[in-house]
Design a protein around this ligand. Structure first.
Ligand SMILES: *[C@@H]1O[C@H](CO)[C@@H](O)[C@H](O)[C@H]1NC(C)=O
Ligand SMILES: *[C@@H]1O[C@H](CO)[C@@H](O)[C@H](O)[C@H]1NC(C)=O
Ligand SMILES: *[C@@H]1O[C@H](CO)[C@@H](O)[C@H](O)[C@H]1NC(C)=O
Ligand SMILES: *[C@@H]1O[C@H](CO)[C@@H](O)[C@H](O)[C@H]1NC(C)=O
Ligand SMILES: *[C@@H]1O[C@H](CO)[C@@H](O)[C@H](O)[C@H]1NC(C)=O
Length: 399
């Protein structure tokens, strides 16, 4: 809270509107969520108020659910419900969603359907969840069994897709098919294949050696960016690792401990979170947008990936997935969080806050080069980043 008071003081001394400090919630998580809500973001609609099934909305709804559980404030629950009601129809069909297109992205909205079914008992939410689950039965796969990220990206597994599909897949299996051993093994297999094909080896020739995961791979090596080494992408993109890290902790929380694959998922967490700690820039405490090119001209500290790392790392420590005997993981994440609140949170005169420095896209639909990634626009109040900041804040505030 010290940081908040200092910011308030700075605002007051600066002579901008001192009452801003009074209107601002004590919790950054509440402040960020209320600001997102005040802008009407994450509400199942696009900028033209047309229905939109969006992983960003699903990510934000997960944060709102945690915030509702923490505060008991029904505003957050109602925002999830009205957002989902903008896309789920009375018969359980979902607007602006088609299976033949077969992208993993929309599936991140699936856990919100399940949550509303659990809370309200309304059958339409269960039907919508079943519809999303049925996509996984027909989703195209690599010869080894990795879901294609999208039907238009043949044989490509992206880290992003692990977050989009597997958290839903695990949650659905736990709720409705807890004894489906095939499904549990399949959830784990997605993590395994992605890990095996994208892990950066210590002997890699990149400028930045992190032993984290390259953005994706093409099992058939036909994509323009696919390298002879496992068909992997050339770069480690911060947010992609963030998606994988969040997926790992959110899935471990659901995965049956008695299942033989649990230990393997746990081993990834034990390996990954210390590497994330170590990959932080020594001065700032946060991470480079392109982790394979630290300090290179055009590279910068990106905010969505940092928020995801803080959330996932603190949660991994809290739930005991990784040991932090010397406290260095928590210490590193506190430093990163401090950087985030000092540099990426801007208080506005009307009492809301802006979230800065989140890159809009990073896609392997591109040529996968460094030049591509650094040329992507940075968006103000990008929901992928702002929602991750709510999640990071919720974990930080539990410390
Ligand atoms: C607060 O101010 C910002 C910047 O002027 C504006 O974009 C936003 O819509 C305002 N929010 C509310 C709730 O008035
Ligand atoms: C619940 O949250 C909303 C939005 O932040 C806020 O306006 C309202 O005062 C809160 N209600 C309670 C009871 O705290
Ligand atoms: C169990 O999961 C597998 C893999 O997703 C699926 O093919 C199968 O239909 C599921 N079994 C049941 C009984 O739903
Ligand atoms: C680098 O390490 C990996 C994993 O241990 C190994 O498979 C690969 O052959 C090594 N490459 C070189 C060039 O030594
Ligand atoms: C890759 O794409 C970027 C723009 O996204 C472009 O600047 C760059 O020249 C391209 N590089 C190659 C090798 O095609």
């Amino acid at each position: 809270m010290l940081t908040l008071q200092l910011v308030s003081l700075a605002v007051a001394l600066g002579g901008f509107l001192p009452q801003v400090a009074l209107a601002r919630p004590k919790s950054y998580g509440v402040w960020a969520a209320d600001s997102i809500i005040s802008r009407g973001q994450g509400h199942g609609l696009d900028n033209n108020n047309a229905p939109r099934v969006s992983y960003e909305h699903g990510e934000f709804q997960w944060a709102l659910r945690l915030l509702y559980e923490k505060t008991g404030n029904k505003t957050y629950f109602d925002y999830i419900r009205t957002g989902v009601d903008n896309i789920v129809q009375e018969d359980g069909s979902v607007l602006a969603y088609t299976i033949p297109y077969a992208s993993l992205d929309p599936l991140r909205a699936g856990p919100s359907f399940m949550y509303l079914y659990e809370k309200t008992g309304a059958a339409k939410y269960k039907k919508a969840a079943d519809l999303f689950r049925s996509q996984l039965n027909v989703q195209p796969r690599t010869p080894e069994g990795q879901f294609w990220h999208r039907s238009t990206y043949p044989n490509q597994g992206w880290l992003d897709g692990i977050y989009m599909a597997d958290v839903f897949y695990a949650r659905y299996t736990l709720a409705y098919q807890p004894t489906n051993a095939t499904a549990w093994a399949d959830v784990a297999k997605q993590f395994h294949l992605q890990w095996a094909h994208t892990l950066q080896y210590p002997n890699a020739t990149d400028a930045g050696i992190t032993q984290l995961l390259y953005h994706g791979y093409d099992s058939e090596r036909t994509a323009v960016w696919a390298l002879p080494d496992r068909g992997r992408a050339p770069h480690i993109w911060l947010r992609a690792v963030g998606w994988y890290a969040m997926a790992l902790v959110d899935t471990l929380e659901l995965f049956p401990r008695s299942h033989p694959d649990y230990a393997k998922l746990l081993a990834y967490a034990k390996f990954m979170f210390p590497k994330i700690r170590d990959a932080a820039d020594k001065g700032s405490g946060v991470w480079w947008h392109i982790m394979t090119e630290p300090g290179r001209a055009g590279n910068y500290f990106e905010s969505s990936g940092a928020a995801m790392f803080v959330y996932a790392s603190l949660k991994a420590v809290r739930l005991g997935y990784v040991s932090d005997a010397d406290g260095s993981i928590v210490k590193g994440m506190k430093k990163a969080y401090g950087y985030a609140t000092s540099n990426w949170v801007t208080p506005l005169a009307n009492g809301t806050m802006d979230w800065e420095m989140t890159v809009n896209v990073g896609s392997l639909g591109s040529n996968g080069t460094y030049e591509y990634y650094i040329a992507q626009p940075i968006a103000l109040n990008d929901l992928k980043g702002a929602a991750a900041f709510v999640l990071a804040s919720l974990e930080y505030e539990r410390l």
